[in-house]
Write a protein that binds this ligand. Structure first.
Ligand SMILES: Cc1cc2nc3c(=O)[nH]c(=O)nc-3n(C[C@H](O)[C@H](O)[C@H](O)COP(=O)(O)O)c2cc1C
Length: 354
């Protein structure tokens, strides 16, 4: 496999998010929105520029929602203005609707949670019919996370989204630990390459594989995805784990194992971003246990250009807004005009940059 991301990246696509109409029903009284700057409306201090670019998609700030923790967006509209987010990533969409795994599907663990949702979702047809009409009213870019059972199904799903107004990019879930075969594409570099290449050849949209931490060396998978033409990488998905009830002496999840998320996995995720940042030159989206602005900064310092907030949404639906406000406060505190000086600042000094 050749490392040719640079040339492939030359053929980048313009974000389709630009086409999206900005007719949004704002519920100002109940929402925390872009005006919630730590600087207040009359401050004479210049607000930092939080904008970043991820694989050809321009984001007004680096804070996104993580797939599966934010539904299809509508669920969170009572809490804040979704247009304040850098991007929205929706629950994984599959070719056919899925009921998901039998309950219980969530177990609380120290510093995090185990889930075994099993990719419950409405399927691509109803996603188009029921979910996209609302999502495309938003001005913030929409990343649709997809999972196929085969290389061909991944490509078909990508095709079904390619001519769809309001989709800015595609995140490939090659890393779900809670369905049969869900990890196959993200743990074998050859399959990673095949699936990313097939999707890359099918769609003009930016393609963002989401990497699994359930591997010996995540950089091998990252390189395979980069070689196949990925525009950016998201990492990490959940870590396969389990909890046992000592009273019943049985696993607490019916399928025994689940995916661990939350602050407990953050140091692992930061380390993986740090490793991958040194292995490929793609923009990275850091995910794993982000609860505060400073957690997000940690991922940026490790080499991420953007972050996703996941489990924190279950504790506090305003979590993404609080992460954003905390990030802005950090930039102000350190006199930084934008996030660029933070990206990769903790990496060894000899790292090549584009
Ligand atoms: C309840 C739950 C459901 C999830 N569903 C999905 C999903 O459908 N697709 C996906 O790519 N990741 C899914 N994830 C993984 C998250 O997007 C994220 O990668 C992971 O939880 C780590 O981030 P966090 O610690 O901030 O939650 C899910 C996570 C949780 C907790």
């Amino acid at each position: 496999m050749k490392r040719n991301q640079k040339s492939r990246r030359g053929a980048r696509v313009e974000s389709r998010g630009k086409k999206r109409k900005a007719t949004v029903t704002r519920r100002r009284s109940a929402v925390v929105g872009p005006r919630s700057s730590v600087l207040g409306p009359r401050s004479s201090v210049r607000r930092p520029d939080l904008g970043v670019e991820i694989g050809g998609i321009r984001l007004k700030n680096p804070v996104m929602t993580a797939s599966g923790t934010f539904g299809y967006g509508t669920e969170l509209t009572p809490f804040f203005d979704l247009n304040a987010l850098g991007a929205i990533v929706v629950k994984t969409v599959t070719m056919h609707p899925r009921q998901g795994n039998p309950p219980p599907r969530i177990v609380e663990t120290p510093g995090g949670m185990l889930n075994s949702i099993g990719l419950q979702n409405v399927g691509i047809d109803d996603f188009h019919r029921q979910k996209l009409p609302f999502l495309r009213t938003l001005a913030t870019p929409l990343l649709v996370n997809i999972a196929g059972k085969s290389v061909e199904e991944f490509a078909d799903l990508a095709k079904r989204l390619s001519d769809t107004e309001g989709v800015a990019g595609i995140e490939l879930n090659i890393s779900c630990p809670n369905v049969a075969g869900g990890l196959d594409f993200g743990t074998d570099p050859h399959l990673t390459y095949e699936v990313v290449r097939a999707v890359r050849q099918t769609t003009p949209l930016p393609v963002i594989p989401k990497l699994s931490p359930n591997v010996t060396d995540i950089t091998v998978i990252a390189r395979a995805a980069a070689d196949a033409g990925a525009n950016a990488l998201s990492l990490i998905n959940t870590i396969v784990a389990m909890a046992i009830d000592v009273r019943t002496r049985k696993p607490r999840l019916p399928g025994a194992t689940g995916g661990l998320s939350g602050p407990a996995i953050r140091p692992i995720a930061v380390r993986m971003v740090w490793d991958v940042a040194q292995a490929v030159k793609l923009p990275l989206i850091g995910i794993g246990g982000i609860m505060t602005g400073e957690d997000a900064v940690e991922f940026l310092l490790a080499g991420a250009s953007a972050v996703q907030v996941g489990t924190a949404n279950f504790l506090d639906p305003l979590a993404p807004m609080k992460v954003l406000a905390g990030l802005e406060a950090y930039l102000v505190r350190y006199g930084l005009e934008n996030v660029t000086p933070l990206i990769g600042a903790a990496l060894p000094p000899n790292r090549e940059t584009e």
